[in-house]
Design a protein. Structure first.
Ligand code: GLU
Length: 511
């Protein structure tokens, strides 16, 4: 049997990275077993539909290279893959359940339902209001006589509810959690279908997983409580033999492990929980995304892979192909997975180090400051190479390299005063003359010249190198000053040295 997994998001908002991790695990599992990965959009709850959410899901998968074999936007033989386009399919299965006595019509109004809920709550019974023990007390085709039912059905406002059997233990076999048992008396007679012709999530989900021949349902832990109902539906519909295997993934937790990593929690901690940036179409909510922050898709995949799974070895860096080869559900953990933003940045740096200067330059280019010219690409690629170890994101290059594009407008006064004086001043001038005479103005020759000069004159490195750096860049820290000079080029470096000497002179004579 061919392995088929699916990612079945609801377009009710923008997918949190937990959702994308579900997609990744479903993808990895399918690919590992030469199977198919399906994207199904579960949009039965039209009232919660958010414009743009479906595109967001597809864009996120595309960014990460998790290409579905079938699904909304990808074609395939089991379509349509959007549940609202499958509306006509569900009714026959709902009718089948009613005919076989596993579902029934219910006519309770919202007020009646609330009243019952309150009553049960007050009595402190653990059973839900609409459940095997209480359904007789409600208005439905079980409690009312046939004539009344026919009249109410003719009025047209009804729901179809599943008839949960009383006093049964429903067993869910989960590939991650093992055997989980549920008492049927504590389950509710969930609504499966509404008179507007739309199935609810549970009904559509089970019918579609069956019709789409899904073999493994991989989804978040929050769906585990729904699974006994799904198991019963497979049984009631006669599909128990081909019921998919279930695997419920652990929650993604805040860095300290104290609760779910929600958007609100992450906002407070100063990092996003979304793959891509978004703006809500109707509220003023928005969020930044990992892509826009400067994360590489490979890094983001690697981060997500480790949120709940580990290879059992020390290896931390995995390409998508390596993940496909190594991934197994057996190594997915039950307990919540803490998300650590610093560790996520570490992954990005690891990937950043493997990129060429040109690649980093291309990634950083859209964020280039106005003082960088269109024809500066070669220079920026060199700067990316030079500064690679200091970058977390490609666009960090701009803040670290401003002085390559703009001559210093001021110099560190304290350093200038301590170095531009007496004999040291003359020594610096002497060095500048030697550099002027240098015909091969490359880092190695500059370094040889400077070091030779320091040694021959028995000078201290700090007294010469620091002022030299400040003359060229205006600041104290940065990469090798010899490399900086080479990249600036001889003409520019010499001009800067001249300008600086004049400025230093002025600064020290004033004080
Ligand atoms: N539509 C559900 C969601 O939004 C899918 C749950 C499942 O995978 O069965 O997460």
């Amino acid at each position: 049997m061919k392995v088929r997994t699916r990612y079945a998001p609801s377009p009710t908002g923008f997918q949190h990275m937990g959702g994308i991790r579900t997609a990744l695990y479903a993808y990895l599992f399918a690919k590992k077993h030469q199977g198919d990965f399906v994207l199904r959009v579960e949009d039965t709850d039209q009232s919660r539909y958010v414009e743009g959410a479906e595109e967001y899901i597809i864009d996120s998968l595309n960014w990460l290279g998790l290409q579905p074999d079938e699904g909304v936007g990808f074609g395939g033989d089991f379509g349509p893959y959007r549940q609202s386009d499958r509306k006509a399919i569900y009714k026959q299965y709902v009718d089948q359940l009613i005919e076989s006595g596993h579902a029934y019509y219910a006519f309770d109004t919202a007020e009646e339902l609330t009243a019952k809920r309150k009553e049960v709550e007050k009595s402190q019974r653990p059973e839900p209001a609409y459940s095997p023990l209480f359904r007789h007390e409600m208005r439905n085709s079980i409690s009312l006589d046939a004539k009344e039912v026919a009249a109410l059905l003719a009025e047209g406002a009804y729901t179809v509810r599943v008839k949960i059997p009383a006093h049964e233990e429903v067993i869910v076999k989960d590939l991650i959690r093992g055997t989980v048992s549920f008492q049927s008396n504590l389950m509710d007679d969930k609504v499966l279908f509404k008179s507007d012709g739309m199935p609810t999530y549970h009904m559509a989900n089970v019918v579609d997983d069956h019709l789409m021949e899904i073999t493994h349902v991989i989804r978040g832990e929050e769906w585990l409580p729904s699974t006994p109902l799904h198991v019963l539906l497979y049984r009631f519909l006669g599909w128990e033999d081909s019921m998919p295997a279930f695997a419920h993934l652990p929650l993604i937790l805040k860095p300290e492990g104290n609760g779910k990593l929600s958007k609100r929690a992450a906002d407070k901690l100063g990092f996003p929980v979304f793959p891509l940036a978004w703006e809500h179409p109707t509220t003023d909510e928005s969020s930044n995304g990992y892509k826009e922050l400067g994360f590489f898709p490979e890094a983001f995949i690697n981060i997500l892979a480790f949120l709940g799974w580990n290879p059992g070895t020390e290896q931390e860096i995995f390409s998508l192909d390596q993940l496909i080869a190594e991934f197994s559900i057996d190594r997915v953990v039950k307990s919540g997975a803490r998300f650590n933003f610093e560790k996520a940045q570490w992954y990005n740096q690891e990937y950043l180090r493997t990129k060429t200067g040109e690649e980093l330059c291309n990634d950083a280019w859209t964020a280039k400051p106005p003082f960088v010219g269109e024809d500066d690409k070669d220079l920026v690629a060199k700067l990316c190479d030079l500064l690679r170890e200091k970058l977390t994101y490609p666009a960090d290059v701009w803040a670290l390299s401003t002085y390559f594009f703009q001559r210093p407008s001021e110099y560190d006064g304290k350093t200038v005063r301590s170095k531009w004086k007496g004999e040291n001043k003359d020594k610096i001038k002497g060095l500048v003359d030697q550099l002027k005479a240098l015909s091969n103005f490359n880092a190695l020759d500059i370094e040889k010249t400077v070091k030779g000069y320091i040694e021959t004159n028995s000078l201290s490195f700090g007294n010469i190198l620091l002022p030299l750096r400040i003359m060229l860049t205006g600041v104290k820290g940065g990469p090798s000053v010899f490399e900086i000079a080479e990249i600036m080029g001889k003409a520019e470096s010499m001009q800067r040295l001249d300008i600086a000497m004049e400025a230093f002179e002025k600064m020290t004579s004033e004080s």
